[in-house]
Design a protein. Structure first.
Length: 530
């Protein structure tokens, strides 16, 4: 970061004398007028954002398999004058789309795009009804974020061109977020070295933003593989060394450990290889863990304990062990200046107007999954989120790594139903309905207005960096959990996607024939249980 400060200082010095960076000075009144205009452009383009949201929903692609989604989104950006760079950090589905209007800040707009295994679900139907049984589906709502970013970026671009505002917009995808397996690699490979700020967007059920340390954890994702000796399980079992025994013993050891972990820590595992058939002693087996904690040090402590257990399990079974880091996410920390600026725009935009049909669907889904929340969609804005000083455990997102590289916030927008369990078919129900579409339009307006603020008010950008350098990094310094040689596990999910792709293809949204995806699927909105 020192490098960045020096660079920034030199840049400021040089620019102060050349006057290159100077945007034409505009009054607050003029800036407010441009913000009203940019929001109006987003509103006028809502048909396009609906099509994008529905389209990505229909592709239903898992992490690292976002082939159709990436092709479609980069196609739109390219048509609109963005330059596309593909295969970022060696990930075939990752891309960076850049459009520049000359000297000025570079603002990165990120969001995730992958979906959830086995979460296939008809949108607008208030009970479990898979489109393709067992197939992946958008049970996390990641089909909406990049469409939202594109919507705001295209609106801002229009204003920048017309008003001759300098600056660069970068739209980028969080590939394989569910595996937290891309963003730390982007950071490691220097992809965020020259970025001035990042607005990340994530589906939520209110329009909100926060700053400081946030609720949730960071994590390291590790697969332990054991290698043994095969034998006939009945004919000569004494000649076998079971790799599966080793994986099971490691799992048992960790389950005992769990009792003695602090409640803020979370850990979970699945077997990724548990042998082939009972009459062959498994010569290979593997178990995959996520180790989560609210602090980097805590994550690495768990990782070290697990490594010892894996070694112990290998010793006990006479097998050998190797391990591989499959993903990492730093605990997140958001920028105060960006959040406060954004929150003013959130108050300006407000929540969408929900129809009776939207509310009926939301309440029916809440009832269906026994949610504690029963009041449907929100009608009151969330407060600005303050730093979480009493840590609260929970999920992770690898935007954490980027939040320690450049001033970052996550804008949450109201495209889903409150009170659902997450990573579940019920979280897909709203995601190709008017609820998702309206939430995306509201979020895109906030995002576009915030970009205009930061392009035209250099003091804000300076303030964001002051907070980042002096407050955020006062006690904590980022250090990557991946090494130079760790590669993103781009082979993950291939089999799962291939198994369903041809079946899912039949349901890809065709916007040339149907107004909405609901119409294509013949879903009456909302469809409730009798
Ligand atoms: Zn997510």
């Amino acid at each position: 970061m020192k490098q960045k400060i020096t660079l920034l200082a030199i840049t400021c010095y040089v620019l102060a004398f050349t006057g290159l960076y100077a945007q034409r000075k505009r009054s607050n009144k003029q800036i407010e007028k441009l913000k009203t205009e940019v929001a109006a452009i987003v509103e006028n383009n809502k048909k396009q954002s609906q099509v994008m949201v529905d389209k990505i929903f229909s592709f239903s692609e898992l992490g690292f398999q976002e082939v159709e989604s990436s092709k479609y989104l980069t196609g739109i950006l390219s048509e609109n004058g963005f330059e596309i760079e593909k295969s970022i950090s060696g990930i075939p589905t990752a891309w960076f789309a850049t459009w520049s209007n000359g000297e000025g800040p570079t603002i990165a707009l990120g969001s995730d795009v992958d979906c959830i295994p086995k979460a296939s679900q008809y949108p607008g139907v208030a009970y479990h009804k898979p489109i393709v049984e067992g197939a992946p589906g958008h049970g996390e709502g990641h089909n909406s974020g990049i469409p939202m970013n594109i919507s705001s970026a295209l609106a801002v671009k229009k204003i920048m061109e017309r008003e001759n505002i300098g600056g660069t917009l970068l739209v980028w995808p969080g590939i394989a977020e569910e595996l937290v397996a891309a963003k730390a690699w982007y950071v490691r490979d220097g992809r965020f070295d020259d970025i001035d700020m990042c607005i990340f967007t994530h589906v939520g059920n209110n329009l909100g933003v926060s700053y400081g340390p946030t609720r949730g954890t960071g994590l390291i994702s590790v697969e332990y593989s054991f290698d043994g000796e095969a034998a006939h399980s009945a004919g000569s079992p004494w000649r076998g060394k079971s790799a599966l025994d080793a994986a099971e013993l490691m799992n048992i050891a960790w389950n005992y450990k769990r009792e003695h972990l602090h409640p803020l820590k979370r850990s979970h595992s699945i077997f990724t290889d548990a042998g082939d058939q009972p009459n062959v002693v498994p010569s290979k087996a593997a178990i995959w863990f996520y180790f989560r904690d609210i602090k980097y040090e805590g994550i690495m402590e768990m990782y070290a304990m697990a490594n010892d257990m894996a070694k112990g399990a290998a010793l006990m079974t006479g097998t050998t062990m190797t391990s591989k880091v499959l993903g990492t996410a730093w605990p997140r920390y958001y920028n105060k200046v960006i959040a406060e600026t954004m929150y003013l725009n959130i108050k300006e935009v407000g929540l969408p107007e929900w129809s009776d049909a939207d509310q009926q669907l939301a309440k029916a889904v809440q009832t269906e999954v026994n949610s504690e929340k029963t009041e449907g969609l929100p009608v009151k804005l969330d407060e600005l989120g303050l730093p979480v000083l009493e840590p609260i455990s929970g999920g992770s997102d690898d935007i954490g790594d980027i939040s320690w590289k450049v001033p970052t916030v996550t804008l949450r927008y109201p495209s889903n139903i409150p009170g659902l369990q997450g990573h579940h078919w019920s979280n897909a129900i709203a995601m190709a309905t008017p609820i998702a579409h309206k939430g995306v339009v509201a979020g895109a307006k906030v995002e576009a207005m915030t970009i205009i603020d930061f392009l035209l008010k250099p003091d804000l950008m300076q303030g964001a960096w002051d907070y980042f350098n002096n407050e955020q990094q006062k006690e904590t310094k980022y250090q990557p959990m991946i090494s130079e040689s760790d590669m993103p596990p781009i082979y993950l999910n291939k089999d799962k996607q291939d198994q369903f792709r041809s079946e899912l293809e039949k349901y890809y949204y065709d916007e040339t024939k149907y107004d909405t995806y609901l119409e294509q699927l013949g879903v009456e909105y909302p469809t409730l249980k009798n």
